[in-house]
Design a protein around this ligand. Structure first.
Ligand code: FAD
Ligand code: NAD
Length: 470
């Protein structure tokens, strides 16, 4: 029931308080715009509450336990016990701390924060809907709007999430007990990261993936290292298996898969995590009232993050792939700056990506094949980590750093890294691309010894035929 309507005005209405929305809010506040942020669930969005941070907390914690129990070669004999509830409560504390931090940063930027769901009622107006009887309804007139409503997991037929047997990543990250066995549908980002977590916690994990490899966009050279490590941890892979349906056996469930040869597969497990991709959230918004169009479910934008309506912007997952928090950050910033009249624009040539598997993957820019396809004559330098002193002192010997550059100009075009801290190492090469640095620039930079970053240095030198340590 709507009790009473209040109408307010704002320069910028931001819808959704995840990485795209909260960055747009803070940046708009810094640029002296009058900004209102509406969030229907929790500040920080998927990333802080149900995604990046909870998953990385679990990954770090399980890694510590696993490493301690797997260090006999280093003369350490330990059998760490994991208190799952303790781990969950530590993760929850981090999440609370960070979400409160986001709220206070938005307040500090002078934004008006409203809890509720925003839906368009016209091209320059929105209603704030608070669920629940007796709550009022507020209307906001805006000059500009930034849509940052994110994404949700895709549900495949016959696998509706029930938070009991069939879990979304959000459900899996809230489990308080380690399941004896888990089938993970999808060997993508989430499937691989969480399969590693639960296998290390003691579950018997099986991945069923419809394609013939994990992490489809990364290429065999990279995926092989991660797949083999996961296999050595005990993860059981079944490629060419598409999840079809499941049956309840009371004590456990059986997941059935379809295969090309028609035989299919059956896999028993206690829990089934379905991680087959995410889709933009647009159905909370009443987009038609504002005349915003969608293309294959996402809101298309130009290089200023503008939608088909000049004064309405869309940032983050709702604007499509890649669905990464740092891409949302950048788009949120650019949208606020464009609204403030600054000459900002999006440039997607160096969006790094990382998969927090064991070992990690970090990539940026072009692979050798991409470079060839784009008309470059690429030159490549590759440093295997088994030749890195620092990697060996970390009890790690698999993986590599590969740097791709243009042979003629030596401009760095891309990098693929697999190994410990790959997510950190890739930053140097993202900066190199952003600055238009050459192989010579990276090779001439003195790197601290002994560090993993020396492998980046050595790969750049290798591409110039000047490798010293390999
Ligand atoms: P979201 O973070 O989804 O935020 C959207 C917000 O909008 C939500 O809070 C929602 O409640 C709100 N909302 C929706 N509709 C309305 C409405 N009508 N009114 C008001 N509010 C509304 N990315 C990485 O870069 N690195 C990682 O390591 C990583 N790990 C991940 C792990 C998991 C398990 C998952 C699921 C995702 C992960 N991601 C990671 C992806 C990352 O979480 C997303 O790319 C990022 O959160 C997108 O930010 P966003 O602002 O577009 O949307
Ligand atoms: P994904 O697109 O990475 O992987 C989905 C996988 O599921 C694919 O390999 C696909 O072939 C497979 N699949 C689809 N339908 C299937 C079926 N019926 N049976 C078997 N396999 C099937 O999606 P995700 O793992 O759900 O992750 C969603 C998004 O979240 C990612 O694309 C990424 O943008 C983001 N994310 C990022 C990080 C990170 O940056 N480290 C971590 C987690 C999530």
């Amino acid at each position: 029931m709507v009790v009473g309507d209040v109408t307010t005005g704002t320069d910028v209405l931001v819808i959704g308080g995840g990485p795209g929305g909260y960055v747009a809010t803070i940046r708009a506040g810094q640029l002296d715009l009058d900004v209102t942020l509406v969030e229907m669930d929790s500040y920080g969005g998927t990333c802080l509450n149900y995604g990046c941070i909870p998953s990385k907390a679990f990954i770090s914690a399980t890694d510590i336990a696993h490493k301690a129990g797997d260090a006999e070669r280093m003369g350490i004999f330990a059998d760490p016990a994991v208190d799952m509830q303790g781990m969950v409560s530590w993760k929850d504390q981090l999440v609370t701390r960070l979400t409160k931090g986001v709220e206070s940063l938005c307040n500090g930027a002078g934004a008006t924060l409203i809890e509720g769901r925003a839906e368009f009622s016209g091209e320059n107006s929105a209603r704030i809907v608070q669920e629940g009887e007796g709550q009022g309804s507020e209307s906001i007139e805006f000059e500009h709007a930034v849509i940052a409503t994110g994404s949700r997991p895709i549900q495949i037929p016959n696998f509706e999430f029930d938070n009991e047997r069939i879990l979304s990543s959000r459900d899996a990250l809230a489990l308080e007990n380690v399941p004896d066995s888990m089938v993970v549908v999808g060997g993508g980002y989430i499937g691989m990261e969480l399969a590693t977590v639960f296998q290390k916690l003691g579950s018997d994990v099986t991945i069923v993936e419809q394609l013939d490899d994990i992490l489809p966009t990364y290429g065999e050279e990279v995926t092989e290292v991660v797949r083999k490590r996961a296999e050595s941890l005990g993860v059981d892979f079944h490629f060419g298996h598409a999840a079809a349906d499941w049956e309840d056996n009371e004590d456990d469930i059986t997941v059935h898969t379809d295969t090309e040869d028609g035989d299919g597969g059956t896999f028993d497990c206690e829990k089934c995590l379905v991680a087959v991709g995410r889709q933009p959230v647009t159905d909370t918004l009443n987009l038609d009232a504002a005349g915003i169009e969608t293309v294959q479910g996402r809101i298309d934008t130009d290089d200023r993050a503008r939608t088909n309506k000049e004064h309405i912007f869309a940032v983050g997952d709702v604007a499509g792939e890649p669905m990464l928090a740092h891409k949302a950050f950048k788009e949120g910033e650019v949208a606020a700056e464009v609204i403030a009249g600054e000459p900002a624009a999006l440039d997607y040539q160096a969006i790094p990506a990382a998969v927090f598997t064991d070992p990690e993957i970090g990539t940026v820019g072009m692979t050798e094949a991409d470079a060839e396809e784009a008309g470059f004559e690429p030159v490549v330098g590759k440093m295997p980590l088994r030749a890195s002193g620092r990697a060996l002192t970390l009890n790690e010997r698999e993986g590599f750093v590969k740097v791709v550059a243009d042979a003629e100009t030596e401009f760095v075009l891309g990098a693929q890294i697999v190994g410990p801290e790959a997510s950190e190492l890739v930053a140097e090469l993202a900066l190199a691309i952003e600055l238009g640095a050459t192989l010579e620039d990276v090779a001439a930079t003195i790197h601290v010894h002994p560090t993993l970053s020396e492998a980046v240095h050595e790969a750049a030198k290798g591409a110039r035929g000047q490798s010293i340590h390999y």
